[in-house]
Design a binder for this molecule. Sequence first.
Ligand SMILES: [Zn+2]
Length: 508
Amino acid sequence: MAIYRNPGKVKNLSQIGIGKQIVNLKKMKHAFILLFLLTSITASFSQKVKSTANPNKNYVMQSVDKHQQELISISDKIWAYAETALKESKSAKELADYAEAQGFRVKRGLAGMPTAFTAEFGSGKPVIGIMGEFDALPGISQKAQPTKEPLEANAAGHGCGHNLFGAGSLGAAVAIKELIQQGKLKGTVRFYGTPAEESVGGKIYMARDGLFADLDVCLDWHPDVQNAANTQSSQAMVDFIVEFKGKAAHAAADPWNGRSAVDGLEAFTDGVNMLREHVRPSVRMHYAIVKGGDVPNVVPEYAKVWMWVRDSKRDGVEEVFKRVKEIAHGAGIIAGVDSRVTVQTGDYELLVNRTGAGALQKNLEIVGPITYTDYEIAFAKKIQEVQGGEQVGLDGKIYPLKETAEHPTGGSTDVGDISWIVPEITLIATTAPANTAWHGWSVVACGGMSIGHKGMVFAAKSLAMTMVDLFENEQLRKDMRAEFEQRKGGHVYKAYIPAGPPPVPPQD
Ligand SMILES: [Zn+2]
């Protein structure tokens, strides 16, 4: 478990880029000037509150500013807890308790997961959902500094920025809740605390339990190296285990009495690697040998390989997975051992909704761009220097809406599943510099200081403004639904997970 890092105000300010100035001023002992400087820095961090013709949009931007320090504090605590998939008890509690204190109706321990929860406010239609993640990744603990140094050796770290993701989405939900409370919006806002994105995909279990079924629209965001209303799909995938069971024997005395499970495993991986030549370019197959015998002088009784098959579409995954299952069966026959394939989880590809992305885009143009201090730019460039990338600093710009990318590479997400149940809007926001190894120490570093905080505040404002559009504009909801139905076609969503409860590990 990571060490709790006190998200004190002075520390935050020093991270925002005035460390050097503070030192100089302290030397001068002009407390008055220091106070003036601190005040102006706080204001610049908030960025100038923009104004639109829509009073509700102006309100949500001000609301996020009002709650900014609380959101940063929650994010920093979750960053320091750095809890991994399905063990995020303190992180989930942090978010759920805050929502409860803000007046939301909170339901905890959903879909068989102690850390899954919803927080709801208001009543009736429309019902607008927003998702927040909070799980960390094992082994990448890191201090909030631009050179590699763990906060705690071998501990977990937020290398995907999910500490920001959860707190930012909740900040948007709180702003909307205040408008519903004031009678300025009608309907229901529901925050989803979704665990274990980095392993089994908590959203898929929540989806299987029907928790998204009554939504009109769902939103989410993800930390990234640039800002955009997402128009890129993601890869569909299936995550499974292949096991071989043979018969142990003395490898020199009576090998003829043994049957090697590792032979089965090797025949299987040979087969998979032959298959590579005959799949579409969009297919990705990767495996790790989890168990491959213990010692050379015993014929191995058991072998296990963990594998993922991905493609840009669910149908492509199905086609390749069918072949892989046949290869596992064949490998068992070759080695004279039993084979077994067990699905652990799987994601759908993200169904892009351009109508929704267009609505978000307009709000990004009002909120952005994100501006950075000299300290933050230097912090980012130092990371780029250390990682051997071009020192381009940070990208806080707002670009025009991109073309829809239907066949992307680069990964999978359980948000994909939700996008087949309800029209989905996804934002990406800058929380780290480009030329950075994602799921690595530098993303952890930025997520625990002002670069990450700024991305989170930007996300909260942009999503809250888009939610204002969704509550106010029935035609927008109808248009999004029509596009959703057209893209989805006749497909009926079915969660790609085994029957039974999620594999919740023992809680610490
Ligand atoms: Zn992530």
